[in-house]
Design a protein around this ligand. Structure first.
Ligand SMILES: C[S@@+](CC[C@H](N)C(=O)[O-])C[C@H]1O[C@@H](n2cnc3c(N)ncnc32)[C@H](O)[C@@H]1O
Length: 285
């Protein structure tokens, strides 16, 4: 893009009318609430798409998006641009303590030689999935007997690609993962300049990542799960959508299986086939 077009792009503004049109579409397709205070964020994030497509105004972008070609190729970029992917290793760490002290012993006592299945729904860049993998592997080192598999799903193909790749900055890993786990479950890049760690292949082999939109009528997962983590995503939806999503997730949770949601979320007053175990953990009826 030449300098003149870049300057025009820099000045481009998303009008209220276009934001409303985009917001209605995004809300319908993803469930994410699009209140007016998100306009600045959407404008900034979509400008990167305009630049990549060599466009200098939002009118042309919206025309392209809502055209037949855009509906096939551009929608995925819009979802990537609007989703908030903040996550970290050992986020809301008491959930992993609960898993180790309650869920895994209970599962092990009833299911030796079986495969524990966990679904991290809205897994973002994978830190939640690999944290689960590390703590379960640690538990099995001491108490062995069963195996495990973890499915990570997300709306955004971009974050899923990062999750599959499992490469994280050294700083991100060191700030949250205990040193002994880093030694066991990460490999430092051969190139010291890069300062990255990659999850070891043995752990990656137990994980699988797939794209799944919570707004789909039916979820395309084939298994029933023993544990579902659905953390820090319900908060972006209306109460009505939250209830519908958790109801659909419950269809894939075994009776007696555990459901975890984030600490800033609540299922209070919802009609769900779940019994509360503690503030953010529930058991499938
Ligand atoms: C803040 S991250 C949460 C990551 C992780 N669960 C945690 O607690 O750290 C929220 C994730 O929800 C995903 N998301 C948003 N809307 C979604 C939808 N309709 N279906 C599936 N995933 C969605 C986003 O792409 C994002 O990666």
């Amino acid at each position: 893009m030449d300098f003149d077009r870049l300057r025009k792009l820099y000045r481009a503004e998303l009008s209220d009318a276009l934001f409303d049109r985009l917001g209605t579409f995004i809300n319908r397709e993803t469930g994410i609430k699009m209140s007016g205070d998100k306009k600045v964020m959407v404008q900034a994030r979509l400008k990167r798409r305009l630049k990549a497509l060599d466009l200098i105004d939002f009118e042309s972008y919206v025309d392209l998006l809502f055209g037949p070609e855009g509906m096939r190729t551009e929608v995925v970029h819009v979802f990537d641009a609007i989703s908030t992917n903040k996550t970290e290793f050992f986020r809301e760490a008491d959930h992993f303590d609960f898993l180790v002290n309650k869920v895994l012993p209970e599962y092990g006592a009833a299911n030796s030689d079986k495969v524990l299945r966990i679904w991290s729904a809205a897994c973002s860049t994978g830190e939640e999935v690999y944290t689960l993998g590390m703590v379960i592997q640690e538990y099995l080192r001491k108490h062995g007997a069963f195996d495990f598999r973890i499915l990570g799903t997300d709306l955004s193909s971009f974050v899923l690609a990062l999750a599959r790749n499992a490469v994280y900055s050294e700083e991100r890993v060191r700030s949250a993962v205990p040193e002994f786990m880093i030694r066991r479950y990460f490999m430092a890049s051969r190139d010291p300049e890069r300062q990255t760690f990659r999850v070891v292949p043995e752990l990656r082999a137990k994980m699988c990542f797939e794209r799944l939109n919570f707004m789909d009528d039916r979820y395309s997962v084939k298994q029933l799960y023993d544990v579902v983590f659905c953390r820090n995503v319900l908060i972006y939806f209306s109460r009505e959508v939250q209830q519908a999503v958790v109801q659909k997730l419950c269809r894939h949770l075994k009776p007696g299986g555990y459901f975890f949601h984030g600490h800033s979320e609540s299922l209070l007053g919802m009609d769900l086939p779940l019994k509360q175990v503690c503030s953010t953990v529930f058991k499938r009826l």
